[in-house]
Design a protein around this ligand. Structure first.
Ligand SMILES: [Mg+2]
Length: 256
């Protein structure tokens, strides 16, 4: 029995600066039926407020900051469950640093417990050197999300995965990455909503991240064809979503 919805955003709600048709209807239906839901993104730089404002600028209204979860938030919640009051060295933007402060962590360059890495537009050699030094001296190596590149106007730019790869190359260590496709991200989202994974539907546009992550978390899954995965690609995967829709506007909660 599906009681709540967790939905990806890029390729589901918007593509670049364009709302995907049906996304506004989807949100209105969820709000009027009082269905608990969360929008989830691997993007670690944006805060829930940034996301709410972005979605509003596309014409989708009625959402609050509580309707969003980012890989920064999931990473902070995961690390707090591992060690309270930890000291962290961070490569990443204000969104990540805020979330780590929110769970009671302090930023430190003296024997940090964790090196936490997200996409950073100001990443430099000094930071690389420090991260490598701390990991060599026992700090745990954590990434918010594995994305190598992010789509930007006219192409793509390096993202968290590229910075993680540089640190991995120097240390010989692999990071533990919290964001999609790690099912941990979906489980943290379900917990935030207060439901068991089997009571949550994961909606996304990618078989290799959203659907596999939802499946491994024990959720029901719905693929929308408005983003990366097209219908003729479905057979390439050894697993199937429970539902396939052209776009989120087609989802009727009462019929799931
Ligand atoms: Mg997507």
């Amino acid at each position: 029995m599906i009681k709540s919805i967790i939905s990806d955003m890029d390729g589901v709600i918007y593509r670049g600066k364009q709302m995907i048709p049906g996304a506004d209807t989807f949100v209105q239906k969820l709000l009027s039926a009082n269905v608990p839901f969360l929008f989830l993104t691997n993007n670690a730089s944006q805060t829930p407020l940034d996301l709410k404002l972005k979605v509003e600028s596309l014409g989708i209204h009625g959402l609050t900051e509580d309707n969003f979860i980012t890989s920064s938030m999931a990473t902070a919640m995961f690390l707090r469950s591992q060690k309270e009051g930890a000291k962290v060295y961070v490569i990443g933007g204000g969104g990540l640093i805020n979330e780590l402060y929110n769970v009671g962590f302090s930023m430190s360059e003296s024997n940090p417990d964790y090196v936490v890495v997200a996409k950073s537009t100001t990443f430099n050699f000094e930071q690389l050197k420090k991260a490598v030094h701390f990991i060599d001296h026992g700090a745990k190596f954590i990434g918010t999300n594995p994305d190598m590149v992010d789509p930007v106007e006219g192409g793509y730019e390096p993202a968290a995965g590229t910075i993680l790869a540089a640190i991995s190359a120097a240390t010989g260590k692999k990071p533990y990455i919290v964001g999609k496709p790690n099912a941990l991200m979906m489980m943290i989202a379900c917990r935030k909503l207060g439901f068991h994974p089997e009571e949550c539907l994961m909606v996304g546009d990618r078989m290799d991240t959203d659907i596999v992550g939802g499946l491994e978390a024990g959720m029901k899954t719905a693929l929308v064809l408005s983003g990366v995965t097209k219908l003729d690609m479905l057979n390439e995967f050894p697993y199937r979503p429970d539902y396939v829709f052209n776009d989120v506007g087609e989802i009727e909660f009462a019929q799931l």
